[in-house]
Design a binder for this molecule. Structure first.
Ligand code: ATP
Ligand code: MG
Length: 425
């Protein structure tokens, strides 16, 4: 009787030439972490894919769904591993066809490797094809671009039979692109932006600016829930929180009202850049989308960006519409949480008429008048962090600010030497 296993494919990694080994190893490590809740008897490279054999066959569907979320995974197929005979191939192919519903057209593709099995692959195609046509008279054989290809792979003394399987997250294994610091609010956009960069192989350290102590800490809890929703993707390393309310209050008193939003944003990106220095991150990420709100006109993006000293600012959503962003938020599981309202620093001290096309010299003058270096230092002195489990590629920096005890005590366990207070204060 055939046994169900998972075959994970990762075609984009295959394009990476000499780096292929490194990418495969990172993917294996990330898959091992993501699947740590499932007892496995094998997880290893196999025939240009990754083979995952559960101890308990009943868990194979759960394993496939979990593995599909891991960045770098292109597809996950459930395969039937069995013996080498026409009957065994046909029986497994029928199961693989059922698993592939709904579809209309199909073909059979037989392969052999490292095997003394004598039958030619064309003959296997023919015999399995005939068995499938008999079992599924309503399905149509189509050699070019069929909906489903049923693969019969004879390897050594056994066979693996599988259909298309489900689509994976795509992208590249987390950790292979280094670290980024992402400015994370509890809105729709920034969780999606963070996920997109994480999917391209970056380990994401979010920085959240809360309105505490002027507002409650509700947004911090919401952000934490959002990160919990992102946990299956294994891309979040450490959450930083800046209680920003008091700094903002002073900026609101001292700066011109119409420039407040831009000045707050400049302070945020400048502080985030210092966090990136602590973390050794190579870029900042925001959820900005061109023209979405007043602070996201080209003039205002430029006026904000000007406060970043040297790091690139990645804006993966710059050309996306809200509908597309929301669709993605639903897909990755952050939509419901982002729909909840929690006051954060953005709801504080908003001007009645924010500037929509700020002039850079005017913004710079207002910024310099705020003593920005002291302001940034103050923001950093307030910095707190919480470690998020599940990103195996994340390495904590040596110099640490203060751990966020309220959030951490609610079930978050710091990793390694995370309790140490350090020189970043
Ligand atoms: P989002 O854009 O995440 O949906 P939003 O709509 O509340 O949240 P915007 O005004 O669109 O925020 O802000 C643009 C970007 O600035 C956000 O995508 C995010 O990267 C960053 N940002 C805004 N508010 C915060 C915050 N409180 N903490 C961290 N980053 C923030
Ligand atoms: Mg937004």
């Amino acid at each position: 009787m055939a046994r169900k296993v998972c075959l994970v494919s990762y075609h984009e990694i295959a394009l990476k030439g000499k780096n292929r080994r490194r990418f495969e190893e990172a993917l294996l490590k990330n898959l091992r972490a993501a699947l740590s809740g499932f007892p496995l008897s094998r997880l290893e490279r196999f025939q240009g894919r990754i083979l995952c054999v559960p101890k308990d066959e009943a868990q194979v569907e759960g394993i496939a769904e979990t593995a599909a979320k891991v960045p770098g995974v292109a597809r996950v197929a459930i395969a039937w591993r069995g013996g080498r005979s026409e009957e065994a191939f046909a029986e497994a192919a029928i199961l693989a066809m059922r698993e592939s519903e709904p579809f209309r057209t199909f073909k059979v593709h037989a392969k052999k490797s490292n095997t003394d099995y004598a039958e030619h692959t064309l003959d296997i195609n023919r015999s399995v094809g005939a068995a499938l046509c008999a079992a599924f008279p309503e399905k149509v054989v189509q050699m070019h671009h069929p909906d489903v290809t049923i693969t019969v792979n004879v390897v050594g003394g056994e066979s693996y039979v599988y259909g298309e399987g489900m689509r994976g997250a795509g992208g590249l294994p987390v950790g292979t692109a280094g670290k980024v610091v992402s400015l994370l609010s509890s809105g729709f956009d920034s969780p999606v932006a963070s996920w997109m960069v994480g999917r391209r192989g970056a380990c994401v350290c979010p920085v959240h600016f809360s309105g505490r102590p002027v507002t409650s800490d509700a947004s911090e809890w919401l952000v934490q829930d959002i990160l919990e929703a992102l946990r299956p993707y294994g891309m979040v390393g450490r959450l930083y929180v800046v209680p920003f309310g008091e700094i903002q209050r002073r900026m609101a008193l001292e700066g011109p009202p119409e420039l407040r939003v831009i000045l707050y944003r400049r302070a945020m990106v400048a502080i985030a850049e210092r966090v990136a220095e602590i973390e050794g991150a190579k870029a900042l990420v925001t959820g900005e989308s061109l023209g979405q709100v007043a602070s996201q006109t080209l003039d205002n993006i430029r006026a904000t960006n000007d406060a970043v000293r040297s790091l690139p600012v990645l804006r993966p959503l710059i050309g996306s519409d809200k509908v597309e962003i929301i669709e993605r938020a639903r897909e990755i599981g952050t939509f419901e949480l982002s729909s909840e309202k929690a006051p954060d620093c953005c709801t504080l001290f908003m001007p009645r008429r924010p500037e929509t096309h700020a002039r850079l010299e005017v913004v710079r003058r207002a910024w310099d008048a705020l003593d920005p270096d002291a302001l940034i230092d103050e923001g950093l002195s307030l910095l707190e962090y919480v470690d998020i489990e599940g990103c195996p590629g994340y390495k904590a920096p040596r110099a640490l600010p203060t751990r966020h005890d309220a959030l951490a005590s609610a079930g978050w366990t710091p990793r390694g030497d995370g309790d140490r207070e350090g020189s970043a204060r």
